[in-house]
Write a protein that binds this ligand. Structure first.
Ligand code: ATP
Ligand code: MG
Length: 276
């Protein structure tokens, strides 16, 4: 399959095709000529050191910063749309810090998020019971038992799941998740990974993440960004074997490994010397 010129036969119906995307902050290119094809049914990871441009790329796709180039989704160029239209087109994102309404219940948060597809009249009408799609989202994110609790009392991981639930009720077909597992416990990470795989089968999911263990466990495809550009992309194995990636992204880890190896070799030498 050629990703540079995908045909509809190659790809699921939903894919996001990014070409030459550039974000220029007064002469500083935070994102510079990025090409990326994000496929439906894959959990796609976006990694790279701090300041690589990952969040800015998501901001550009979701209409929060102006950008040049093309981000084609179905028949839209997202870069030409206002952010509320991008949401309506089926693109959802989460932020590095959770943005749930703390005083409102889990259910109310979901109901409000689901409102993007309801008419103003439907929003004014009193609701009886919980709509099916809200119920379904509650089940998927595993917060059914906490539906009436204020979102503010949720654990950190649960808030991120609620945010993902809010994208589900918005019927987001493309989900851009900015560091969803940062600060989560190992157990919460596992659950989040499983959740992403469950919802990823029929969606296009992009996850920004630093933790390589998490990437290794759940990524179908990885794109590495550095200094606003795509450095390389591939499977986790390919990425980890890439010398340039090790240099820019895993630099410190590689140095540490080298230092450890040198120390070990040193110890062996000394051991040998002792035995003589
Ligand atoms: N509004 C802005 N104006 C000017 N420069 C910005 C703006 N937003 C981000 N930048 C710069 O753009 C670069 C990319 O930032 P960005 O937040 O996209 O990186 P990131 O890859 O998400 O990093 P992190 O892993 O730390 O979240 C950084 O050098 C940042 O300082
Ligand atoms: Mg960021």
């Amino acid at each position: 399959m050629r990703l540079d010129h995908p045909s509809p036969d190659d790809l699921g119906q939903d894919y996001l095709e990014i070409r030459d995307l550039t974000v220029d902050f007064d002469g500083f290119k935070a994102v510079s000529g990025v090409d990326l094809t994000l496929l439906q049914g894959r959990v796609h990871f976006l990694i790279g050191p701090n300041g690589a441009g990952k969040t800015t790329l998501i901001d550009a796709i979701t209409g929060l910063v102006p950008a040049t180039g093309v981000a084609r989704y179905r028949n839209h160029n997202l870069l030409a749309l206002k952010s509320h239209r991008i949401v309506r087109a089926g693109i959802g994102r989460t932020f590095q810090t959770a943005t749930v309404f703390e005083e409102l219940s889990v259910l109310q948060n979901l109901d409000i998020a689901g409102g993007v597809h309801r008419s103003p009249f439907a929003l004014l009408r009193a609701r009886r019971g919980t709509p099916d799609y809200v119920e379904a989202a509650l089940g998927t994110i595993g917060l059914g038992d906490l539906r009436d609790r204020p979102a503010g009392v949720l654990a950190h991981g649960q808030k991120q799941w609620l945010e993902i639930g809010m994208l589900l009720v918005q019927d987001a077909k493309v989900m851009l998740l900015d560091e969803p597992v940062a600060g989560m416990s190992a157990e919460e990470r596992e659950e989040t990974g499983a959740l992403l795989q469950r919802i990823g089968t029929e969606r296009t999911i992009v996850v920004v993440e630093h933790d390589m263990d998490f990437v290794r466990s759940f990524a179908d495809l990885v794109t590495v960004m550095h200094a606003g550009k795509v450095l390389t992309e591939g499977t986790v194995t390919e990425i980890q074997a890439n010398a340039r990636v090790q240099e820019v992204y895993l630099g410190r880890t590689a140095d540490a490994a080298e230092a450890a190896e040198a120390a070990e070799a040193d110890a062996v030498t000394h051991e040998g010397a002792g035995r003589d």
